[in-house]
Design a protein around this ligand. Structure first.
Ligand code: SF4
Length: 400
């Protein structure tokens, strides 16, 4: 229905580490050249679990934006903004809550999981129960078509699609819809109008998805249709109502395989991280002292790389030649562990160097970051206002 638009956010609950870089940010950097991208600081989401430590959120917001910029997220190619600076998210969240069955939220698999995981916190709050709906509002307000998520978040996208469908079903009905849609087809001109009708019939009678895509592409090209007519014709393709909110697709991202210093997945909760901009001395020390194959007690003992956390880091940072050197040297006790760790140290430092340089540029002049965010919030608000105009109108709230 709308041109491809990606939305992705991160909760500001602490500094970012290399797991975030490999798992999320590298993907953002690549996507920003391929599609329209909106990246946001999900500060309201952070409050759903960190409501009693607001100071962490405040500090993390700016550090996190600098981490994004350091990773190569480019404000010339993507829109960066802070969720709470676009209050329309809250309005849409509230309005969607009017039509959201409580059971849909209570059944979200992450609801119980997270409550169990964060058992030290009282998460029997209204905000925590409703956070998937806030996420839906974040997505729907920008009419995002693609949302990069890991496997565990797929139910949230499915939930968002259901909310959009329910909204369109309740509010997309209008008196004389079919007549208005037929009138809109005439406005496309006889040739394109006929093509639209043929593709619509093909889709509705034969379930031909390609015909649906072709019809959508045809509508995207139409310059002479009003926004309302376009929505009507998108809705007319698939049903009998206006499509006010568009259903997003989950863009499944591979789970980050970035290992931490102990061989488990890199995660703040395991205390096994290297921060994205950690200083060289600290990185070197952390890797030098990280555990190795427990069976390799003496330098003269041969080791098994597959049982060693350092080997996992070689998978990320080393060339095939180096990996062969490790295999050969470790299993024959030809190299020591400190020697083996050196290419990993070098790999991490080489990766971090340009990040540190980019970050320094923004640390030297924090107003640059504030301006990037101010611009991004303004752009995001414009898009959000567009959607809210339609939502308010559909819900009988546009008083003019
Ligand atoms: S030589 Fe390398 S792979 Fe082998 S145990 Fe030591 S650090 Fe691990």
């Amino acid at each position: 229905m709308f041109a491809d638009r990606v939305l992705s956010g991160m909760r500001p609950t602490g500094s970012l580490h290399l797991g975030h870089y490999h798992g999320v940010l590298k993907n953002w950097v690549q996507m920003q050249h391929e599609m329209e991208c909106l990246f946001f600081v999900a500060d309201w989401h952070a409050l759903t679990t960190h409501y009693d430590t607001p100071q962490v959120i405040e500090q993390s917001v700016w550090d996190m934006v600098i981490d994004w910029l350091a990773a190569g997220v480019d404000p010339a190619h993507s829109t960066l903004f802070i969720q709470s600076r676009v209050p329309e998210h809250a309005e849409l969240h509230l309005l969607l809550s009017m039509i959201t069955p409580l059971g849909w939220l209570e059944r979200m698999p992450t609801y119980k999981d997270q409550q169990e995981k964060l058992s030290g916190k009282d998460l029997s709050t209204y905000g925590f129960l409703g956070y998937p709906l806030l996420q839906s509002a974040d997505i729907l307000i920008y009419r995002a078509t693609q949302v990069p998520v890991g496997e565990d978040q797929v139910p949230h996208i499915e939930f968002t699609r259901e909310i959009a469908r329910r909204f369109n079903h309740i509010y997309g009905r209008e008196i004389g819809f079919e007549e208005k849609a037929e009138a809109a087809i005439k406005k496309m001109g006889s040739k394109k109008g006929r093509l639209y009708s043929e593709l619509r019939t093909k889709y509705q009678e034969q379930g031909d998805d390609e015909a649906l895509l072709a019809a959508k592409a045809l509508l995207d090209e139409q310059q002479n249709l009003s926004h309302g007519d376009r929505e009507r014709l998108f809705g007319y393709l698939e049903g009998s109502g206006k499509m006010i909110l568009s259903e997003p697709q989950a863009m499944l991202t591979a789970a980050s395989r970035m290992p931490g210093l102990d061989g488990q997945k890199m995660s703040k909760s395991y205390g096994n991280t290297i921060s994205m901009r950690e200083d060289e001395e600290s990185v070197t020390k952390k890797i030098r002292t990280m555990p190795t194959d427990p069976a390799r007690i003496r330098r003269t003992d041969p080791g098994t790389p597959e049982k060693c956390p350092v080997w996992q880091l070689h998978q990320v940072y080393s060339s095939d030649d180096t990996k062969q050197w490790v295999q050969q040297g470790c299993t024959s006790a030809g190299i020591g562990c400190i020697e083996c760790k050196q290419p990993v140290i070098q790999g991490v430092l080489d990766e971090q160097r340009p990040m540190r340089e980019r970050a320094q540029y923004y640390l030297d002049d924090p107003t640059l970051v504030k301006n990037i965010i101010a611009d991004g919030c303004e752009k995001a608000r414009e898009l959000a206002r567009d959607t809210m105009r339609d939502v308010r109108e559909a819900m009988g709230l546009s008083y003019s």
